[in-house]
Design a protein around this ligand. Sequence first.
Ligand code: ADE
Ligand code: ZN
Length: 347
Amino acid sequence: MNDDRLVDFIRGIPKAELHVHLEGSITPERVIALAERNRISLPFDGAEAVNAAMTYGNLDEFLNMFSLMCGTLNTSEDFSDVVVDMGADALRQNILYREVMFTFAYHARRGIALDTVIDGLAAGRKTCLEQFGVWINFIADIDRSTSPEEAVDFVEQLIPYRNEAGIVAVGMDSQELGIPPSTHTSAFRIAAALGFHTTAHLGWEEGPEFIWEAIHELPLERIDHGLRAVEDLSLLAQLVESQTPVTSCPLSSIAVDPVKYPDLATHAFRKMWDAGVFLTLNSDDPAMIGTDLVTNYVEVSRAYSFDVRDITHLVKNGVRAAFMSDNQKEKLLDQIDRYSKIRRREF
Ligand code: ADE
Ligand code: ZN
């Protein structure tokens, strides 16, 4: 297949992205500008140096850098600027709908108020819709290393802001080692009872037992990453049967944890796809990895010889699994079908 045409098809197809972190999406130029504006001293003398530092040996190294990036965000304007950057970047890639995760615990530890964060998110979201026609919703992630009480408190604090800021879901991220998902059962139950959607990072460090536990204990609509599910065939069968959407971010796991996840050829994405798991494709922390969603689609398509039908199917999964209204889904699915029908003739 003509590679240039495939790349062009991928770039142009209307897309949704469901797993992308705000704090992992601060461009190197924005990092430098924020540090200057807030008089923060960083160990980088320019955007090039920020870029050069974005290499990792494992998830802990990555999370240390993630924490450093969080430190550049202080005011509502800072948060808004990053959301607007994400909207402009979405438009460039034809991502018409983005679910953006933010992890408040990293900001609370630095004394930043929830008000400050959410005011910025809401303002940025509004600008994205007005200026770019890009719809952004937010997923409020619990840092799983926080105490169960803090996590419950965080979820309850979200209530007054949810509509104004488009906070549609509660998720869970950060270091998974040794912290069973059931640590946050109460927070997830309260979130679901309040009408928030739910998702959680699982199966990156810890194995199938943690994923089983999450399935049994938490209200859980989606799984983020879920990489190590492929080690347990009965779990894989369960994911296929339940058609629980998995937000996969293959280039992220390869960049962040190259020893455990060395390449696409051996990646869980391939095994899940072949088994019939409901997969969506995402970029996770694009600025911190030096990638984007289009590149994920291109690399996955090249590695697995995906054709336009496979790509269209994967893109539509991203819409079907989204935490948006049915009406919005119908419209976006219709746009994708129209685009795909016209462009498919070229192949
Ligand atoms: N926070 C941002 N990216 C993450 C990832 N890939 N895993 C866990 N926590 C994260
Ligand atoms: Zn993530």
